[in-house]
Design a protein around this ligand. Structure first.
Ligand SMILES: [Zn+2]
Length: 371
């Protein structure tokens, strides 16, 4: 896959191609931006181009030729000079066998799958390319280990760090790399793409808005929907339960949300064998919280009369009912509670406690009384 199939990241791609055309590619990059906006796909197309033995121009862009020995190895997904680095590789490190899925990027993965391989000569191409996923999970030990390479990178290597949270990287890591920024993908483009995958217009519109410009996340949801997870039906019901929520109903609804997240997780596990169950569970829980955030965001927008469409445009009457009882500031406070819940999900706090607390906070202070 080349650059042409990547949505709405023209500026990032133009900057890479300009450097490539001038023969001034960096030895280390950070691709920074939200999850699911094409950072990995761009890194893969960039690796394919850097490794290609006979690159071609297409307008002001460059692409791999698709014909040379390197491109053939790339297509066969067996390129000896391409090294994807991700935390789940710990399973294959010397001491990692049988250990639970890591939360951070273990230093052993960086040592054994990057540092140990970076200085040897490439096999097929002129360079070796390393793409480190979830670089925001590089802990201090991993970043310090990496720093030695970033300070004096071998001339034949290119290291790309994919990062959703630039502030998690040490200043010394950032100062030794070139940062390429990736913005959110246009929601209209995402909606059209989801319809192309077979979703009807209402669902496509909802998931596109919910994803906040993350095409990858929206595609995951579309895939889940197609596999029968009934994500959309779950959200429709959630909205109708959340708007008239009473304190006495919070524990029951928390139970229903946990069951919903569990059902999403089961379908997700069947679709994505490469990601650990712990990570998929977090994504399922965060998907449910994002639906709550979406409703509160709509409520916050209502009195402002913004032209921007509602995320829950398909349930505008319910948004109206909620907005009649909940002011923008209160909605904003509840959104802050949701973000707190997300932090706890990431920290591995008991799920039941997180959801019970969140719903009690949403129903509390009489801001959403029964209708
Ligand atoms: Zn080629």
């Amino acid at each position: 896959m080349g650059f042409t199939e990547i949505f709405c990241q023209d500026r990032a791609i133009a900057s890479l191609c300009r450097a490539f055309g001038m023969g001034r590619t960096a030895h280390a990059y950070i691709f920074a931006g939200p999850e699911g906006v094409g950072k990995f796909k761009t890194a893969a197309a960039w690796a394919d181009l850097l490794l290609c033995l006979d690159p071609v121009t297409q307008g002001d862009r460059f692409e791999a030729c698709g014909l040379c020995a390197s491109c053939r190895a790339w297509e066969g997904q067996a390129h000896p000079d391409f090294f994807p680095v991700y935390k789940e590789l710990r399973e294959f490190t010397k001491d990692g066998k049988g250990k639970a899925a890591p939360v951070d990027m273990p230093v052993d993965v960086i040592r054994e799958f990057l540092i140990a391989k970076v200085s040897t000569r490439p096999t097929l191409s002129h360079r070796k390319v390393f793409v480190v996923s979830e670089a925001e999970k590089l802990n201090t030990a991993s970043q310090n280990a990496l720093l030695k390479i970033l300070e004096e990178p071998p001339s034949t290597c290119c290291i790309v760090l994919l990062c959703t949270r630039l502030e998690r990287l040490l200043p010394t890591t950032k100062s030794r790399t070139q940062i390429i920024r990736f913005g959110p993908v246009d929601q209209t483009r995402i909606a059209a793409h989801l319809q192309g995958l077979g979703l009807d217009a209402t669902k496509a519109q909802y998931f596109a808005c919910l994803s906040q410009g993350s095409l990858g996340t929206a595609c995951h949801w579309a895939e889940l929907e197609q596999a029968g997870a009934n994500l959309y039906g779950f959200k429709v019901k959630l909205v109708t339960q959340l708007v008239p929520l009473k304190l006495a109903e919070c524990l029951g609804l928390a139970e229903a949300l946990l069951a919903g997240a569990k059902s999403i997780l089961e379908t997700w596990t069947g679709l994505d064998a490469a990601t650990s169950k712990t990570d998929l569970n977090r994504r399922a829980l965060k998907t449910v919280v994002s639906m709550v955030v979406a409703l509160l965001t709509d409520v916050m927008k209502q009195p402002l009369g913004l032209s921007e469409p509602l995320i829950n445009a398909d349930q505008a009457d319910w948004v109206g009912k909620a907005a009649a009882r909940l002011g923008p500031q209160e909605a904003a406070d509840k959104i802050a509670e949701c973000f707190e819940a997300v932090r706890w999900i990431e920290a591995g706090v008991n799920e039941r406690l997180i959801f019970e607390r969140l719903l009690l906070r949403i129903a509390g202070s009489g801001i959403m009384p029964g209708l």
